[in-house]
Design a protein around this ligand. Structure first.
Ligand code: SAM
Length: 582
């Protein structure tokens, strides 16, 4: 593989109006960076009708991409973390002692999980396979428990960062229906007692406004919470903030199998909510779930009912001025979008220009689309500096098992100029590759040269499939970069096994699914991938996957590992690892 010259790596801007922007150690000039803070200006549910207009008016500097060289990823200053912790000390949350959400009210970076992660990446088994250690010629074994390789950053404010909450409903007086209505909160650790958290300090203020409205409206309408003693009833609520407007997409989870069974209680409740907070609601949905398990949502579309408002909550693609991400409540959405915007920026910068990108576990495609737009925005910067530069990104292929995502993804594509998402149409047909061609090339161990240089059709596509199925369908064939952001349990075994296979120099690099005609056991579905970008929300699974990957014959080396305190106060760390294949 060709390592990326350090001058390609841009640095982040710390400019006027971006007071929350994290600074780099090395430089003050940089590429445009859309600060999360801009969008927080509308916080508190103020009805900013301008919405997208507001975003497009904000000062951006898309030409300012001529950044200073910086080493790997974004380096955040220690003082920024100190500043953040200092602020956190002044935040006194009345629910802290009883609520299971936060484990620290002071130093948000000093949690067990962060300490474990720092030690893990400094352990001998990982150091043996770290590119920095290899390049420096240092000993693998070190005395120190941690050697500073694992950078930990706090990407957002430590309060009011939560832009999505799923809360349990319980009857105010403990199980019996009364006119007192419901409370909304979290289960107390190890019990099924619900703790009400109406003044939670990490909730976006719109969420707390919505909770208050729900408490009042359930009391006024006599809405009861689900319990074993009653049929029907309110089980959970999901509250999602659209940051540009501060409005809430509300989903009520009702213990019924059919919408008609919720009447007249649900319609009374929603009417009352609109009366109490006429400007707060973006949309209202009902999810019918009378299952006996603990799952809040099911995927079946017939259980989802849009009662009012638009289908999608809209969030800016976080790497500049262009385009929107669209989320319906059926799709996965991050709990701290401001924080994840920073991760999406860092992922986009780790993608080399011109790459072919396969994204598994893509959700609505936030990481892949951010990379696509980032490279479009920085096209001139890279063109002037990269030898052999041809185009921003060649293509992105996203996939996820959730069938609700393609509608969101398509809406995003429609919000972008066509030249970013599609190649111009051409008259001639692309050359197709026959099975005979492939087998001959594999036997000869040569490179297949039939790859079409003149591309047509979409640059960005979406497939609904499990990660394993997506690989077997050829999604990563020809991809230089694989982005994965799996759920807490980590990569599917099949995906990990495929990554652990040794590179097969005889397998031709063919982008199309023509490869599918070759018997499965002869194909390494990730053979072309040279860089693996792994975003993890479950550190234990990441540690397991990382050890397996580095000790396999796959030729992987770890280039960087950055921890993001995405949910400040909790014992959680999001980690971005970059692996390169030898
Ligand atoms: C942590 S989310 C990441 C989504 C996206 N990167 C984002 O930030 O919005 C994990 C995603 O993996 C999907 N998922 C879970 N298990 C999967 C599987 N076995 N195969 C494919 N996708 C899966 C979920 O539907 C979810 O969208």
């Amino acid at each position: 593989f060709v390592s990326r010259p350090s001058h390609l790596l841009l640095t982040r801007q710390h400019d006027e109006g971006h007071s929350q922007c994290v600074r780099t150690k090395s430089s003050s000039s940089a590429v445009t960076f859309l600060s999360a803070v801009h969008r927080r200006k509308t916080k508190g549910g103020s009805t900013n009708k301008a919405g997208g207009g507001d975003r497009r008016r904000q000062k951006t500097n898309t030409n300012a991409s001529a950044g200073q060289p910086r080493p790997v990823l974004t380096i955040y200053e220690d003082e920024r973390n100190d500043e953040v912790n200092e602020k956190r000390k002044n935040i006194v949350c009345e629910h802290f002692d009883s609520c299971p959400g936060c484990v620290t009210n002071t130093n948000v970076g000093e949690t067990d999980i962060v300490r474990s992660a720092a030690r893990f990446f400094s352990s001998t088994s990982i150091r043996k396979n770290r590119l920095d250690v290899e390049r420096s010629g240092e000993d693998w074994v070190v005395e120190a428990e941690e050697d500073g390789f694992y950078e930990v950053v706090v990407p957002t404010e430590t309060s009011e960062w939560r832009t999505q909450a799923k809360l349990v409903a319980a009857s105010k007086s403990g199980g019996q229906w009364t006119k007192e209505g419901c409370i909304f909160g979290l289960y107390q650790r190890g019990t099924h007692n619900v703790i009400s958290i109406p003044n939670c300090k990490v909730h976006h203020p719109s969420i707390n406004r919505a909770i208050l409205a729900l408490e009042k409206a359930t009391a006024k309408t006599g809405t009861h919470a689900y319990s074993d003693e009653w049929t029907g009833g309110l089980r959970y609520v999901q509250l999602q903030v659209e940051r540009t407007t501060g409005k809430i997409c509300l989903t009520v989870v009702w213990n019924e199998s059919e919408l008609k069974e919720t009447h007249p209680y649900l319609s009374r409740l929603t009417k009352e909510l609109s009366k109490i907070e006429p400007d707060l609601w973006h949309s209202m949905w009902c999810h019918c779930n009378d299952g006996t398990g603990n799952n809040i949502f099911t995927r079946s579309p017939r259980n989802w009912h849009r009662l009012s408002g638009p289908e999608f909550v809209r969030e800016p693609i976080p790497v500049g001025d262009l385009g929107w991400l669209y989320f319906s409540p059926l799709a996965f959405r991050q709990g701290n979008i401001d924080g994840f915007d920073i991760i999406a920026n860092d992922v986009a910068r780790a993608v080399a220009p011109g790459s072919k990108v396969c994204e598994l576990y893509a959700g609505v495609g936030m990481l892949g689309l951010s990379a696509l737009i980032f490279h479009h925005n920085n096209h001139e910067y890279y063109r002037d500096r990269v030898e052999g530069y041809s185009e921003p990104l060649t293509w992105i292929r996203c996939s996820d098992e959730n069938p609700a995502n393609p509608r969101c993804f398509s809406a995003s594509l429609r919000s972008l100029p066509q030249k970013i998402t599609e190649y111009p149409r051409k008259e001639e047909e692309q050359k197709t590759v026959t099975l005979g061609d492939l087998m001959k090339t594999m036997e000869a161990g040569g490179d297949y040269e039939g790859e079409a240089a003149d591309r047509t059709g979409p640059k960005a596509s979406y497939m609904v499939a499990s990660a394993a199925e997506a690989l077997k369908a050829g999604q990563a064939l020809g991809a230089d970069i694989l982005i994965v952001d799996p759920p807490r349990k980590g990569l599917e075994d099949y995906v990990l096994d495929e990554l652990c296979k040794p590179f097969n120099p005889k397998q031709p690099c063919v982008e199309s699914s023509d490869m599918l005609t070759v018997p499965d056991h002869l194909v390494n579905w990730v053979n072309d991938v040279q860089t693996l970008i792994y975003v993890s929300c479950g550190f234990d699974a990441l540690a397991r996957d990382c050890e397996k990957l580095l000790s396999s014959g796959g030729g992987w080396k770890l280039e960087s590992a950055t921890g993001y305190i995405l949910f400040p106060g909790s014992n959680h760390v999001e980690t971005l690892c970059i692996f390169r294949r030898r």
